[in-house]
Design a protein around this ligand. Structure first.
Ligand SMILES: NC(=O)c1ccc[n+]([C@@H]2O[C@H](COP(=O)([O-])OP(=O)(O)OC[C@H]3O[C@@H](n4cnc5c(N)ncnc54)[C@H](OP(=O)(O)O)[C@@H]3O)[C@@H](O)[C@H]2O)c1
Length: 431
């Protein structure tokens, strides 16, 4: 059997999981790749931190050049996070004639066009299954298994940290801050969880799915995004009282007016697949015109699930399968004409609003008037007492269908009313 060398760059959480699989599951990997795979180099700038895998002596170094200059290295597995160093490592690996496997969604969302162009020019490939949905094979499903379909919509829970926080708040009635602290203690949330809870991470993944499923080239920063960081136990209780769960949902929906993209905390009806996604799990619901609705569910992060996807990509690359799909997909290519993206303000939806108000006689009328002025009809409105102050109350409004533009303008004006005490909490409502 032919022997090939592989270099791993980034020996952190995922890198050590990948190294363990390569060192312990050689025969299984060789059967898939039809080549004997030697993990020949592990490169990291941190040579001190102990990892949960023991490498053979001399494998770990901080010398990237040594790995890139070895002509027997066919694939570089790039598992450095962030965008700057990761971009430079990826470009250097491609320039050195290596195919690349990566799990880095931030890098692809920021530099996809440059990296994919470079790989195409050099006749190399980039595989990135682990960049979206961790262990869930969503890239292969959309990029290979569903190619007979026109994808109509994707509704996905793509961030396990947010899902853990929301489902814990739901199950235990806990406050947001307490659950974030618990998630950090259990290793589900980073010390600084901003990129997760403000929706950035899910939005970067949605930008990649939008390119893959719809050929849409969109800067992830241009996708409308709301996080879960403004939600409180009161919102979860209100949702439950109306038969909903709140989930951070990334949506891509192809309508006649173009592709609607957004990431937002969303009321999903109890009993629907997304409402049933618990803890750190992810789920991707895809509708294709031929296949109909399809659901993928699994662990979207973590060492072993992510390493599973990375090593599968490595096997596909070595077996020659990646080259076929990589060229067929033509991702982020100037030749690909994607669907037009619908302007944020036009995206339709129903909305949940929670307002913290100082009680006064005509508060309801004033709020209703502002909504009406912005073409937004109220479906239901409820007021509940504030347990800490009899002068204040919570107001919960469910709107009928309106647009993002209307609701944004209306909320901006409502927040300026003198009796409104804090920024409104807003969620989308999925029907
Ligand atoms: N963790 C997950 O569950 C998960 C899931 C899906 C995808 N991913 C993606 O997988 C990638 C790796 O994530 P991770 O959790 O394994 O990160 P990590 O634990 O921080 O590991 C990254 C490693 O790369 C090292 N590094 C940083 N800059 C480097 C450079 N210039 N040259 C060589 N090594 C360098 C880091 O060292 P220092 O610590 O000294 O910086 C660290 O040891 C990220 O892109 C992430 O988004 C992660």
């Amino acid at each position: 059997m032919e022997k090939v060398k592989v270099a791993l760059v980034g020996f952190g959480t995922i890198g050590s999981g990948v190294a363990r699989l390569l060192l312990e599951e050689g025969p299984r990997i060789a059967r898939g790749a039809r080549k004997q795979v030697e993990l020949a180099y592990v490169v990291d700038k941190d040579l001190k931190t102990k990892r949960n895998v023991t490498l053979p002596d001399g494998l770990l170094s901080d010398d990237l050049d040594r790995a890139l200059n070895d002509p027997d290295v066919e694939v570089v597995v790039q598992l450095v996070g962030g965008t700057d160093a990761a971009r430079s490592i990826m470009l250097r690996a491609l320039d050195s004639g290596k195919n690349v496997v990566t799990a880095n969604k931030a890098l692809l969302a920021a530099h996809g066009p440059e990296l994919f162009d470079k790989a195409r020019q050099l006749g190399r490939t980039i595989a990135f299954e682990a960049a979206v949905g961790g262990g869930i094979p969503v890239i292969a499903t959309i990029g290979q298994s569903l190619t007979a379909n026109r994808i109509e919509s994707i509704d996905a829970i793509l961030n396990g940290t947010c899902n853990f926080i929301l489902s814990e708040m739901e199950q235990h009635g806990s406050d947001y801050e307490d659950v974030v602290a618990e998630a950090q203690r259990l290793g589900y949330a980073e010390a600084d969880p901003t990129m997760d809870v403000d929706g950035s991470d899910a939005t970067q993944k949605l930008a990649i799915l939008a390119q893959l499923a719809f050929g849409a080239s969109v800067d992830w920063k241009d996708i409308p995004r709301m996080g879960i960081d403004s939600l409180a136990a009161a919102d979860i209780q209100c949702a439950q009282g109306m038969g909903y769960s709140i989930r951070l949902v990334a949506t891509a929906r192809l309508g006649t007016a173009g592709l609607e993209l957004c990431v937002a905390p969303t009321f999903v009806s109890e009993g629907t697949p997304l409402a049933g996604v618990q803890g750190a799990f992810n789920a991707v619901q895809i509708v294709g015109d031929a296949v109909g609705p399809l659901l993928l569910h699994g662990l979207g992060a973590g060492q072993n699930p992510t390493a599973s996807a990375v090593v599968a990509d490595l096997i596909d690359t070595l077996a020659g399968r990646t080259a076929i799909t990589f060229n067929a997909l033509n991702l982020w290519s100037k030749q690909t004409v994607g669907v037009p993206i619908r302007a944020l303000r036009e995206i339709p939806g129903r909305f949940y609003l929670r307002l913290d108000i100082e009680t006064q006689v005509d508060a309801v009328n004033q709020i209703a008037r502002v909504l009406q002025e912005h073409n937004t009809a109220i479906d239901s409105l409820a007021q509940y007492e504030d347990e800490e102050s009899e002068d204040r109350a919570g107001m919960v409004i469910m709107t009928q269908e309106t647009t993002e533009g209307n609701i944004t303008d209306a909320v901006g004006q409502i927040e300026k009313l003198p009796f409104v005490q804090a920024e409104a909490v807003r969620c989308r409502v999925a029907d």
